[in-house]
Design a protein around this ligand. Structure first.
Ligand code: FA5
Length: 349
């Protein structure tokens, strides 16, 4: 029986040494040390041995079991290390290889201009107000002193959805909505409203059927025309340079009285006349005026106590003037050769 045990040990150790992987090693563990294996078989026959032989065979059996199990453990460690080494080799990353360049997007020029204007007004204590793009005829026209059939409605050809709803043609309806809600216990109204507007204009170099506007509105006690003039002067100088002067020309908007259009002195020639200002030395930039007393009244504000001014400008036109963009459509067609030119500006270079 002792020889039998020695032969078994030799056979098992040889088999373990030759095991190619962990799976095979595990089957050998079951084969030699498992309940149905030869070791168990030998132990079962111990009963038949004499009293002298039994302890010798018992000790040998334990020795062989320990030796096989140690061998299996050593082999397992070796196989696991080899497997890990192989895995690490396969997953090696060559940090010297050139990487794939990730192209960074840039904020669109129009968004940059709108943000610049927003920052400027927020710095002057204005709040940003928003209103719906699908607007009621009442807020877009009637509450702004443009009753149905008023000829000035033709100035803003509209996309109607139903008889009483349309895509707003201007950001001025937000004025009416804000005034209606306002409680002067919380101080004066001081808002700007940036947003998209829609008109049935034919697209050309300076017109689009969808464009953006920024509306400004200040209403409170003792707000005068000189407050409007001062605000517009700051706007012109901040956006187009300290040397800019402004000129206000009489104009007409049904919701402001008096109404004006503002020109800035040409930033390209300084006022002497050039291609940009079409030889006049001035460039038209926005519409503005003192809020019409009827508009205040319709929004529930007492015109004998409160007064205000409003203005509306087109950020596209500001962007076109400031960055010499010759066609408004460049702002909508998403040609990367165009948009990427304004990335450096954003990074402050
Ligand atoms: C208005 O829309 C008035 N709501 C502005 C206003 C507000 C006046 C508050 C007084 C008080 P107007 O139709 O002129 O006004 O448009 C304002 C600006 O929008 C224009 O100066 C121009 O910059 C821009 N704009 C008008 N039509 C288009 C168009 N089709 N495409 C691009 N920009 C346009």
């Amino acid at each position: 029986m002792l020889e039998q045990l020695e032969a078994l040990e030799k056979e098992a150790i040889l088999a373990v040494e030759q095991a190619a992987d962990l799976k095979e090693l595990n089957s050998l563990r079951v084969k030699y040390l498992g309940k149905k294996g030869p070791m168990t078989e030998i132990m079962k026959q111990m009963g038949k041995l004499s009293n002298e032989e039994r302890p010798l065979v018992g000790a040998k059996a334990n020795e062989v079991r320990t030796s096989i199990s140690e061998k299996i453990q050593d082999k397992q460690t070796a196989l696991e290390e080899a497997e890990l080494r192989l895995q690490l080799e396969n997953e090696t990353i060559d940090v010297t290889l050139p990487g794939t360049k990730v192209t960074l997007g840039t904020t669109h020029l129009l968004s940059q201009v709108i943000r610049e204007l927003e920052d400027m007004f927020i710095g002057m204590g204005y709040k940003i107000a928003e209103g719906p793009e699908v607007e009621l005829d009442y807020y877009n026209f009637e509450a702004l002193n443009l009753p149905k059939g008023h000829p000035a409605r033709d100035m803003q050809d509209s996309f109607y959805i139903t008889e009483n709803t349309l895509l707003r043609t201007q950001t001025s309806p937000v004025q009416a909505r804000t005034m209606e809600q306002h409680d002067f216990k919380n101080g004066p109204i001081k808002i700007i409203c940036p947003g998209k507007v829609y008109r049935r204009d034919n697209d050309d170099a300076t017109h689009s059927h969808q464009f953006t506007q920024i509306e400004g509105l200040v209403v409170g006690e003792k707000i005068t025309f000189s407050d409007l003039k001062g605000t517009l002067t700051i706007l012109a100088k901040r956006m187009f340079g300290e040397a800019r002067e402004i000129r206000l020309r009489p104009s007409f908007f049904p919701f402001t009285e008096p109404s004006v259009e503002m020109d800035i002195s040409c930033f390209a020639c300084g006022g002497s006349g050039c291609r940009v200002c079409k030889g006049t030395g001035w460039i038209e930039i926005l519409g503005a005026g003192m809020v019409h007393p009827r508009v205040l009244e319709m929004s529930g504000i007492d015109p004998s106590r409160y007064s205000g001014f409003a203005f509306g400008l087109g950020p596209e036109r500001v962007a076109m003037l400031k960055y010499a963009v010759d066609d408004i459509r460049h702002l909508y067609t998403n040609d990367l050769r165009f948009t990427n030119q304004f990335a450096a500006k954003e990074m402050g270079e």
